[in-house]
Design a protein around this ligand. Structure first.
Ligand SMILES: C[S@@+](CC[C@H](N)C(=O)[O-])C[C@H]1O[C@@H](n2cnc3c(N)ncnc32)[C@H](O)[C@@H]1O
Length: 373
């Protein structure tokens, strides 16, 4: 069951998501202006008699990213309240992820130090900030009706609730044998099955969020996606192709069975803005206030850039490892990890041709600000 197996690499070690989420931090920074506009307008319309504002971060994972964004949100609310001469409301932050998420790391020392920083830098907030973890799939109802004022989700909605059903469970066996996802080697039906799964999942997501949002509620979603209309361009997910090549290498060395690679597909869909908007229109619960597509260069996503280019690529691969390792282990077993990350991938990114080819590789992001109709 995907929802039980899916989680980022927990803890705070070298390969953990907490230590490898700078790419996702850049995604969030690129859409902060949408968060700012949504928060300001929320504070303007919510009556002063409502003294509690409830926010939810869906697919928050284990790193500090939830707190980085939230810290900006608190700053915006504080400033807007001062401008309007209204008292600062109490704030509750609901942190959601799947049950396998490492909530202990999230709610442990990282949260304590964040709370300390908040109390020091925003004395008007002081003790009036509360946090709670909510475990469960965001493709289901998570919160009571009309109880949340602001919903935010970054780098999570490209995760489908399952690998599209028709990919493996066919009478002729797996149909996407030569690929882990949608590539130019996949039969055309593969991209249709992925898109249909995304349409079902995202529509459900919107329906549930509409139930949970306050009547003036706002939502900002940041979805890794693609610019091209064609879902099989490498542009939409360069890094998956690195794993495709590496797994074939492990097959040729007899470390992994070809049949296991044939039946492995990743449960992601990188939509285009047109697909996202069409689902929002068809589902009908939300008005689009603003949308924004932007790209982040992989080679620009690290907080500290190592002098050695091989180290840069090692760190970029570690970002994908923090996301993919639990899925790889659940399909291929633990024994794949050492050869894949200590041998096959490092040999691949050490090649000059790799560095040259991918120095301008980037990830497109789709940010959408929504208001409940
Ligand atoms: C790449 S991480 C992004 C984490 C964080 N938002 C950030 O910006 O760093 C994606 C997260 O989405 C979570 N996720 C995926 N599908 C989910 C679902 N159906 N319900 C809740 N969380 C989900 C994953 O477990 C993972 O922690």
């Amino acid at each position: 069951m995907l929802e039980r197996n899916l989680h980022m690499l927990g803890g705070t070690g070298e390969s953990s998501y907490a230590a490898n989420s700078t790419l996702q931090k850049r995604y969030a920074a690129g859409a902060m202006f949408l968060v700012k506009e949504a928060m300001e307008s929320l504070v303007h319309v919510i009556p002063t008699s409502e003294t509690l504002l409830v926010f939810a971060d869906l697919g928050c994972s284990t790193g500090e990213n939830a707190f980085v964004t939230h810290s900006s949100v608190m700053g915006i609310i504080s400033k807007t309240c001062k401008k309007l001469d209204r008292p600062m409301p109490e704030i509750q932050l609901l942190l959601n992820d799947l049950p396998g998420n490492d909530f202990n790391t999230l709610l442990g020392p990282a949260l304590s130090s964040y709370k300390e920083r908040i109390s020091e830098s925003m004395s008007d907030i002081g003790e009036s900030f509360y946090t709670a973890a909510v475990s469960g799939s965001f493709y289901m109802q998570l919160f009571p009706k009309r109880s949340v004022h602001f919903i935010y989700s970054c780098a999570s909605l490209h995760w489908l609730s399952q690998v599209p059903f028709g990919l493996s469970n066919t009478t002729q066996g797996p149909i996407n044998r030569r690929s882990l996802w949608i590539s130019n080697k996949s039969p055309p039906i593969v991209s249709r099955l992925y898109l249909e799964q995304f349409q079902r999942d995202f529509s459900l997501f919107l329906k549930h969020r509409c139930e949970e949002l306050h009547s003036e509620g706002r939502m900002v979603l940041i979805i890794p996606g693609r610019v091209s209309a064609n879902p099989s361009t490498e542009e939409s997910s360069v890094w998956i192709s690195w794993y495709e090549d590496s797994l074939q290498d492990l097959v040729s060395k007899g470390i992994v069975k070809a049949a296991d690679v044939d039946s492995f597909n990743v449960p992601f869909y990188y939509p285009s803005m047109a697909e996202v908007k069409s689902i929002i229109h068809t589902e009908g619960s939300f008005e689009i206030i603003k949308d924004h597509a932007y790209e982040i260069l992989y080679t620009n996503c690290l907080d500290v850039i190592p002098a050695d280019t091989d180290k840069i690529w090692e760190k970029i691969i570690n970002i994908s490892r923090a996301v993919l390792e639990p899925l790889l282990v659940s399909h291929f077993g633990d024994s794949i990890i050492q050869p894949l990350f200590s041998s096959t991938l490092p040999k691949m990114y050490a090649k000059e041709s790799f560095k040259e080819k991918y120095k301008l590789a980037n990830q497109a992001n789709l940010a959408i600000s929504l208001k409940k109709k």
